[in-house]
Design a protein around this ligand. Structure first.
Ligand code: BES
Ligand code: MN
Ligand code: ZN
Length: 501
C-alpha cells in the first residue's frame, strides 16, 4: 500500500476518480447549503431532513453520484478529529466499503486535523483492510493499493507523519503475517529466514545461531525448552545501526515460541491452536526491524529472538528437572508450560554483551496478564522508572497502550526452590508479576522493561487474528529515544536516508 498527502479542497476532491472516498467530518463543522461542493450540500440536506446526524462514527454512504467522480463515497462523523476519534471513524467507514473492490482510496479531512490524527487514520485503515492470505489456496486478496489523504490546510509535519505511517504499517504487517501463520508455516528456521531477508533487504546484520552454538553459549534454560521438539531451535540476532557504533544500543528481546503445547505439563485442547501466536513477541521484533529499515532513525538497535517449539516428547524436559541457565543460576522447572521465561532468561543474559542502554523484552508470557488487563493494554514491568515512563508515553502517543505493573520483591517469595536457585513458577496469585520477577533476576545489569502482550497480540473468536501490537509502541519509543539522545556525528547523519512515499 502506498500513502500520499495533498493540500486540496473538498470541491476538487469530488472531481478525482477514486474507487472510494472517505470524508472525515468533525462534529462541530456544520455543513452549509450554499457550499461550493456537492458533499456539503448533500450533507446539509440530510441533516435538515433528519436523515443524518453528526454523531461520532455515524456514516452516510453514496453511490455513483452524478456530481462526484468517486464511485463510492462515505461521509463519517469523526467527532473532534482526535486520534482516537479518527480511528473509530475510519473503522466505521471501512465497514461500508470493505465489500467493494477499492484500489484507489481518497480520505479527505473536512476541518482542521493535527498530524498524529492523520497518521492514525492511515494506520487504522491499514489495520481494518488487512487480509491474511498465505495459507489459503484461493485467497481473497486485498485490493487497496493507493491511499491519498487530503486536507484544506496541511501542517508542516504532516508529510513526515505519512512517511512514518507507511513504515509503521509495513512493520505491523510483517508482525501480523508471521504471528498469523500456522506453526507448521512459521518454524524457528522459517522465522530466522524471515529475519535474514528483512536484514539483507535493508543492509543490516543478522546472525542465526543453531543448537550447537546455543549449547556452546551455555543456554541451558533455552535448550531445556527445545529438547522435546524435533524442529531445531534458532537464536536470531539482528543489528540495526543508525548511529555511531559507540552509542549503546537498545536491545529488543522477542519470545519466539512457535508453538506452545505446554510440554509435559500439557495444555487442555480447547483453543490450543491459538498457541501458534506464542511467537508474537518475536514477530513484533521482526516488524520493528522492518520499519527501522524504512525510516532509518539515528539509534542503534539489537533484536534477539530465542525461537523454538515447546513440545511433549520422550526427550522433553520433565517437571522437577533442574537446568543451568547461561547466567549460571540453576532453575527448577516445576511447570514446563512456563517456558517463555526460560527462553527469555538466556536471551537476557546474552543481551549483556551489548552493554545496552536499555533492554525491552516482549512476550505472550502469561494467561494471568489477560485476566489482569484484558485485550486493551499490554502489561509493562520495569525496574527503571525513566525507562518505564518513556515506554508508557510511547504507548499513549502511538495508541498502542500499556499499563505499569508492580515488581515488589515480596512477589518473588513463591519462586523459592529447595533444589535450585529459583523455580520457574510460583502460585496462581499475581501470575504475570511472578513471571516478571523471574525475568528480573536475569536483567540486573541494565535498565530493563518487560511487556506482557498475552492479551493484546491477537484477537480470539470470530475476528481471530494477530493485531501487530506492540510494533506501534516500540517504534514510537525508539524514534523518540533517537531524537532525545545526544546527537550523532554528521558523517553518520548523512548516511541516514529517509524513504519517502
Ligand atoms: N504462552 C503462555 C501464556 C498464554 C496463555 C498467553 C494463554 C496467552 C493466552 C505461557 O507460556 C504459559 O503457558 N504460561 C502459563 C504460566 C503458568 C504455567 C505459570 C500460564 O499463563 O498459564
Ligand atoms: Mn506455556
Ligand atoms: Zn508460552
Amino acid at each position: 500500500m502506498n500513502f500520499e498527502i495533498q493540500k486540496r479542497t473538498l470541491l476538487s476532491v469530488t472531481r478525482d476518480e477514486f474507487d472510494g472516498l472517505i470524508i472525515l467530518w468533525p462534529a462541530a463543522a456544520l455543513p452549509e447549503s450554499a457550499a461550493m461542493d456537492p458533499i456539503s450540500r448533500l450533507l446539509c440536506g440530510a441533516c435538515k431532513n433528519g436523515d443524518f446526524e453528526l454523531k461520532p462514527n455515524s456514516t452516510l454512504a453514496l453511490y455513483s453520484h452524478p456530481d462526484i467522480k468517486a464511485r463510492h463515497v462515505v461521509v463519517v462523523c469523526s467527532a473532534d478529529n482526535s486520534p482516537g476519534a479518527v480511528r473509530a471513524a475510519i473503522q466505521a467507514a471501512w465497514l461500508c466499503l470493505k465489500s467493494f473492490k477499492i484500489k484507489h482510496l481518497g480520505i479527505h479531512v473536512a476541518g482542521d486535523c493535527a498530524s498524529p490524527s492523520i497518521q492514525t487514520a492511515l494506520v487504522s485503515l491499514a489495520d481494518a483492510s488487512y487480509i491474511y492470505a498465505t495459507t489459503l489456496s484461493q485467497p481473497k486478496l486485498r485490493s487497496l493499493k493507493q491511499v491519498q489523504v487530503s486536507l484544506a490546510s496541511v501542517q508542516a509535519d504532516a508529510v513526515d507523519c505519512v512517511v512514518y505511517a507507511q513504515a509503521l504499517v509495513s512493520g505491523i504487517e510483517v508482525a501480523k503475517e508471521w504471528a498469523n501463520r500456522p506453526a507448521n508455516h512459521a518454524t524457528p528456521t522459517q522465522l530466522a529466514q524471515a529475519a535474514q531477508s528483512i536484514a539483507t533487504g535493508r543492509s543490516f546484520k543478522c546472525d542465526v545461531l543453531g543448537p550447537k552454538e546455543v549449547a556452546k553459549l551455555g543456554m541451558g534454560a533455552f535448550m531445556a525448552v527445545a529438547q522435546g521438539a524435533s524442529e531445531p531451535l534458532r537464536f536470531i540476532v539482528m543489528r540495526y545501526n543508525g548511529t555511531d557504533a559507540a552509542q549503546a544500543p537498545v536491545v529488543l528481546v522477542g519470545k519466539g515460541i512457535t508453538f506452545d503445547t505446554g510440554g509435559i505439563s500439557i495444555k487442555p485442547a480447547p483453543e490450543m491452536d491459538e498457541m501458534k501466536y506464542d511467537m508474537s513477541g518475536a514477530a513484533s521484533v521482526l516488524g520493528v526491524f522492518k520499519a527501522l529499515g524504512e525510516i532509518r532513525p539515528s539509534i542503534n538497535v539489537v533484536g534477539l529472538i530465542p525461537a523454538t517449539e515447546n513440545m511433549p516428547d520422550g526427550q522433553a524436559v520433565k517437571p522437577g528437572d533442574v537446568v543451568t541457565s547461561m547466567s549460571g543460576q540453576t532453575i527448577e522447572i516445576l511447570n514446563t508450560d512456563a517456558e517463555g521465561r526460560l527462553v527469555l532468561c538466556d536471551a537476557l543474559t546474552y543481551a549483556e554483551r551489548f552493554k545496552p542502554k536499555a533492554v525491552i523484552d516482549i512476550a505472550t508470557l502469561t494467561g494471568a496478564c489477560v485476566i489482569a488487563l484484558g485485550a486493551v493494554r499490554s502489561g509493562l514491568f520495569s525496574s527503571d522508572d525513566p525507562l518505564a515512563d518513556e515506554i508508557y508515553q510511547a504507548g499513549e502517543t502511538a495508541g498502542d497502550t500499556c499499563w505499569r505493573m508492580p515488581l515488589d520483591d515480596d512477589y518473588a517469595e513463591g519462586l523459592k526452590s529447595k533444589f535450585a536457585d529459583v523455580a520457574n513458577v510460583a502460585g496462581r496469585a499475581a501470575g504475570s508479576v511472578t513471571a516478571a520477577k523471574f525475568l528480573q533476576r536475569f536483567a540486573k545489569s541494565f535498565a530493563w522493561a518487560h511487556l506482557d502482550i498475552a492479551g493484546t497480540a491477537w484477537r480470539s473468536g470470530a475476528a481471530k487474528g494477530a493485531t501487530g501490537r506492540p510494533v506501534g509502541l516500540l517504534l514510537q519509543y525508539l524514534v523518540s529515544a533517537a531524537n532525545t539522545t545526544p546527537q550523532q556525528t554528521t558523517k553518520t547523519k548523512t548516511k541516514a536516508k529517509r524513504k519517502v512515499a
